[in-house]
Design a protein around this ligand. Structure first.
Ligand SMILES: NC(=O)C1=CN([C@@H]2O[C@H](COP(=O)(O)OP(=O)(O)OC[C@H]3O[C@@H](n4cnc5c(N)ncnc54)[C@H](OP(=O)(O)O)[C@@H]3O)[C@@H](O)[C@H]2O)[C@@H](O)CC1
Ligand SMILES: [K+]
Length: 464
């Protein structure tokens, strides 16, 4: 059974299509199904308004001719703009069955981009780029079929500087990485998937689907729900914020441990343990540790990080810890490790661990291998990588999360979910992202990190 969450590279997609063609299907029968599925969406959205379809030379253009024919059969006024002749047999056959004339330009209501899909090999030449932008600008509603033209399917890169923004992108057969990666994602508007019978591909990447979270069982107590220690440092406010968020993540017992002497504004429901560095985490009941928010980057912070990692307890490293982490600190560890870098921190980690990839997706995967850890590469297009598991793409969350402290909240949540279920750190990372996104939805717009954490209890309702 095909899964609606699988993400395929162009090579995987071609192989999956070929498997169908080796069976009962032909390129034309797949194109017919893809075009019909896309035409359904376009027909509903156009609601009787005239439609312009821009058709390119490959099979994406072929889809466009199928869409044009089906819409015309349903009584829609359709115009086709075809700057390049069809080059594949299936696209030529689709053009023949469209039969209608083509025009050089058109203006009106609904624009459908079938110029290029997954076969785009280089940037659009200036004349095609201009035509695409002119047509998009001359219509009210813009729909891209499979991918907006000019977008690299595998990396999500935009191969031209000036590309139009769409209201809807209709993915065909399976999601491609670009559907969930910046900067391409920003051009797509809403995303919908048309099933054309592509089978489940082994080891396919996936987009995360909404999890179901269980509340505490009847016999639960604070230790059974998970004990989390947040290790504080030079700037105690960040640890308090992370601990606050961790309480909203479901762990039964959250405390802060610190060897610092700074005054900590700790609320009464967070336990504070002040101990020398060598006594940090000396409690066999601890299920998980968070270190990094507000830790500092000096030699004292480095010594604390080394001591914490040596304890070999399931650990989340964030913020300053990611700048201090070095390969020797992870030697001999067996417990789960999750790192939660933003772009800058990821680059620092890649440098420290000798990871050089061609693109972000490959680098994140390689970093997870190098660290033997779960890498939650956070941003508008968060990725979760772990050795031996399919790369997971998180659906985009509120852009209001781009404010100070929201990373501390996410780190607290990841650690909280890890404390609650240390046997599955990938799931912990994923659940944390979902809670974070839902709290942002409830708290927005223009919330502070503290307000975000305060919305976590209500955010749970979406997952119970
Ligand atoms: N395969 C299947 O079974 C099914 C596929 N389906 C559909 O097919 C799409 C993939 O089709 P595709 O591989 O033909 O690629 P597509 O994006 O249409 O264009 C490639 C053509 O453009 C050319 N070209 C490339 N870049 C260029 C540029 N910058 N400027 C100018 N030319 C450029 C390139 O030739 P080149 O010049 O590189 O030799 C080639 O001729 C996929 O997205 C989906 O919509 C569905 O119908 C379901 C069944
Ligand atoms: K397209």
């Amino acid at each position: 059974m095909p899964r609606p969450d699988q993400i395929l590279t162009v090579a995987q997609m071609r192989a999956a299509e070929q498997a169908l063609i080796d069976g009962e299907e032909t390129v034309s029968s797949l194109m017919e199904r893809a075009g019909a599925g896309a035409a359904d969406y376009i027909w509903r959205l156009s609601a009787g308004r005239p439609v312009t379809v821009l058709c390119g030379p490959g099979n994406n253009g072929g889809d466009g001719y199928v869409i044009a024919r089906i819409l015309r059969e349903r009584g829609v006024a359709v115009q086709v703009v075809a700057p390049l002749e069809p080059r594949t047999a299936a696209a030529r056959a689709a053009r023949a069955s469209w039969g209608g004339e083509t025009v050089a330009h058109s203006a009106g209501e609904v624009f459908v981009d079938c110029l290029f899909g997954s076969g785009l090999a280089r940037s659009l030449d200036p004349a095609l780029e201009r035509l695409l932008n002119d047509l998009a600008g001359a219509h009210r509603l813009r729909i891209a079929v499979d991918l907006p033209s000019g977008v690299d399917a595998d990396s999500g890169a935009c191969l031209n500087a000036d590309l139009p923004v769409f209201d809807l992108t209709i993915a065909l057969g399976a999601w491609k990485p670009a559907h969930w990666q910046m900067p391409a994602m920003e051009l797509m508007g809403a995303r919908r998937l048309v099933d054309i019978g592509i089978a489940q591909v082994a080891d396919a990447m996936r987009v995360s689907t909404r999890p179901h979270l269980a509340g505490p069982p009847m016999g639960a107590h604070k230790y059974s729900r998970g004990l989390l220690s947040v290790v504080g440092g030079a700037m105690p406010g960040a640890a308090v914020l992370a601990a606050r968020a961790a309480q909203g993540g479901g762990a039964g017992y959250v405390r802060i441990e610190t060897s610092g002497r700074e005054g900590l504004p700790v609320p009464p429901d967070i336990v504070l343990r002040r101990v020398p560095t060598e006594e940090l985490l000396h409690d066999r009941w601890i299920d998980a540790v968070l270190i990094g928010p507000g830790l500092g980057r000096g030699s004292e912070a480095q010594a604390i990080l080394a001591a914490v990692l040596e304890r070999d307890i399931p650990t989340v490293c964030d913020a300053d810890a990611l700048h201090l982490l070095e390969p020797p600190m992870l030697q001999g560890r067996t417990a789960a490790l999750i790192v939660t870098p933003h772009e800058g921190e990821r680059e620092a980690l890649s440098e420290a661990f000798g990871v050089v990839g061609d693109a972000r997706i490959e680098e994140v995967v390689e970093l997870a291998e190098a660290l033997s850890a779960v890498v939650l590469a956070k941003g508008p297009d968060t990725l979760i990588a772990a050795p031996g598991t399919p790369l997971t793409f998180m659906p985009p969350a509120s852009s209001w999360l781009s404010t100070a402290g929201t990373g501390d909240v996410l780190a607290g949540l990841v650690a909280s979910r890890l404390a609650a279920s240390a046997d599955d750190p990938v799931r912990a990372a994923e659940e944390a992202c979902w809670l974070h996104a839902e709290a942002a939805r409830l708290a927005g717009p223009a919330f502070s990190a503290g307000l975000l954490a305060a919305h976590l209890p209500q955010a749970w309702r979406a997952f119970l």
